[in-house]
Write a protein that binds this ligand. Structure first.
Ligand SMILES: O=C(O)c1ccccc1N[C@@H]1O[C@H](COP(=O)(O)O)[C@@H](O)[C@H]1O
Length: 211
């Protein structure tokens, strides 16, 4: 049986150098963070200017935290997004799918089996990470490792990306141990919060491609 090619997403793209590095490395997805409290926040105009640097290439994912429908509508008028990644209750997902006609990935913080998405959930995919630490100012992007042992017990037919605290040095072990079909990284390819390293981006994508 042929092994499935694992997916890789680089999130928090906020500069021409990081955008170009993700395209050149051949990642599957790149993420724009539309959450103002994040050090990776980009305005819709900035995201559009970055996206215009290269047609095709990685699919564009927009990251939102408890978004309003009108907020996403307004952003989509400025920048074309292929996928919506949302930190939102499961009850909000159907409305987002219906309104925008794009795949919606729900970001899920997992600490116990009870946190795993239900098999009949309507989300098109998941970004699965640890729950944010106490006092965190954002629900993700905190460089916290998920419980890989716990995740190795989860089964789903849908695409899911393992996230949280990944870097070029641990992503192979993380994906092997959890059997995750994809990996998502932000902090682990940065030299400081919000400062992406083209070299670390290259190393991260190359590591996933070795699997
Ligand atoms: O990156 C952010 O600032 C962010 C803000 C709000 C919600 C999610 C965010 N990032 C996502 O969090 C995970 C893990 O990131 P990290 O590698 O641990 O930094 C990833 O899905 C990011 O897309």
């Amino acid at each position: 049986m042929m092994a499935l090619r694992r997916k890789v997403k680089i999130c928090g793209i906020n500069s021409p150098a990081s955008f170009d590095a993700v395209v050149e490395a051949g990642a599957d997805y790149l993420g724009f963070v539309f959450f103002p409290a994040s050090p990776r926040y980009v305005t819709p105009g900035e995201a559009a200017a970055l996206a215009a640097r290269h047609a095709g290439g990685p699919l564009r994912v927009g990251l939102f935290v408890n978004p309003g429908l009108d907020e996403i509508d307004e952003i989509l008028q400025q920048v074309s997004l292929d996928i919506l990644q949302v930190h939102a209750p499961v009850e909000a997902i159907a409305a987002l799918r219906n309104r925008f006609g794009r795949p919606v990935w729900r970001a899920v913080g997992v600490a116990t089996p009870a946190d795993f998405p239900a098999p009949d959930e309507v989300s098109d995919g998941y970004v699965v990470e640890a729950k944010p630490p106490p006092g965190a100012t954002r629900p993700g992007g905190n460089a916290v490792l998920a419980d890989w042992n716990l995740l190795s017990t989860w089964r789903t037919q849908k695409l899911w990306l393992l996230a949280g605290g990944l870097n070029p040095g641990n992503v192979i072990t993380a994906m092997t141990q959890t059997n995750a079909p994809g990996a998502d990284v932000s902090s682990g390819v940065e030299t400081a919060p919000g400062e992406k390293s083209p070299e670390l981006i290259r190393q991260f994508v190359a590591a996933v491609r070795r699997l």
